[in-house]
Write a protein that binds this ligand. Structure first.
Ligand SMILES: [Zn+2]
Ligand SMILES: [Zn+2]
Length: 338
């Protein structure tokens, strides 16, 4: 089969590799679409990855082969790959957070990725794509589950005012998930023009630039129109600090963008206003089911979220370069069989 393989020095090359052998408890998926994630860019365009790596963890496809001891799946079934169930016995699993399982290898770590014709995975990581959701749209399940978990962590309900800093794919999906949760006031802070325009199309009610977010001088002082909940999807320390400083009393800040530089939070502000600062990492199987339901509901502006042009395997390198250069605002999908 063909795969887009990272060869070091910001280079991705299409190579012939062996189709994985299907073992007991495993399923082989013919990849339909696979999104390019920010973490793929870190791995391959910032050279965090090991040469020989095949990226891609936001994929949908069709089952072509089912291993021994697999129940409930047959060739022709439409599916997305997602989180495993966890060990079921550690403290995190028992508390309903298998994404924090002590033995958890994340989907990003689970074998070669889906920038390839086929993807092998454990059957317990397979989720059925609902009727009425095409496989192209279904490739949004993974990043949508990330956004959905953040929205859930914030306790978002109708009537709240929300701030989202950073309008990359996760930020945009957070806006969409907030709107789907009934939150009608969503302000987005984003410097880049293409992303600002897209955020507005997705449902942001106000777009601001990072420099417009004023900083109150004293820790008990609130900004003029504070937010009930805020989400940092940029990974930038200044954005995280601004998001915290714009919270109302008893507000919640959810951090989902990672970065190498650390924010400086004013502990007095957190104490005096009883603010909650939390993080989200990946998602649980339940978040995946919710994301698939949300896609099936047809209420998300999926057409606007996805870049109109799919990318073949030999276009992965160029697409990644364009993403790094900020030329593409929406989610870019790789279609290995195109
Ligand atoms: Zn991702
Ligand atoms: Zn566990």
């Amino acid at each position: 089969m063909r795969a887009a393989v990272y060869r070091g020095a910001r280079t991705v090359v299409v190579e012939e590799v062996a189709v994985p052998e299907v073992g007991p408890g495993e399923v082989l998926l013919e990849v339909s679409h696979c999104g390019i994630c920010g973490s793929d860019l870190h791995l391959m365009m910032e050279d965090w990855g090991r040469p020989g790596t095949i990226g891609g963890h936001e994929y949908s496809g069709v089952v072509v082969e089912v291993g021994a001891d697999v129940d409930g799946w047959a060739p022709g079934d439409r599916a997305v790959g997602g989180p495993g169930p966890g060990c079921g016995t550690c403290r995190a699993c028992r508390a309903g957070s298998p994404n924090l399982c002590a033995t958890h290898p994340g989907p990003i770590m689970a074998g070669p990725g889906a920038f390839a014709s086929y993807k092998l995975l454990a059957a317990d990581r397979l989720f059925r794509v609902p009727d009425g959701v095409d496989l192209r749209t279904a490739a949004l399940t993974e990043p949508l589950a990330v956004a959905w978990r953040g929205v859930r962590k914030a306790g978002a309900v109708a009537g709240m005012r929300a701030l989202v800093t950073g309008a990359g794919p996760i930020g945009l999906l957070t806006v969409a998930a907030l709107r789907a949760s009934g939150v009608t006031e969503v302000t987005v802070s984003e410097p880049e023009e293409g992303r600002r325009t897209l955020a507005q199309r997705i449902g942001a009610t106000e777009i601001v630039s990072p420099e417009d977010l004023e900083m109150p001088a004293m820790p008990m002082e609130l900004v003029e129109s504070p937010f009930d909940i805020a989400f940092d999807c940029s990974g930038r320390p200044d954005a995280m600090e601004a998001a915290l400083n714009h919270l109302d009393r008893a507000g919640t800040l959810v951090l989902s963008g990672t970065g190498m530089r650390r924010p400086r939070f004013d502990a007095n502000r957190i104490i005096l206003n009883e603010l909650v600062v939390t993080g989200t990492v990946e998602y649980t199987p339940g978040d995946y089911e919710s994301a698939l339901e949300l896609l099936a509901s047809g209420t998300l502006p999926t057409g606007a979220l996805i870049e109109p042009e799919d990318v073949p395997l030999d276009g992965v390198q160029r697409a990644m370069e364009r993403l790094v250069a900020g030329e593409l605002a929406g989610k870019v999908l790789v279609a290995p069989h195109a």
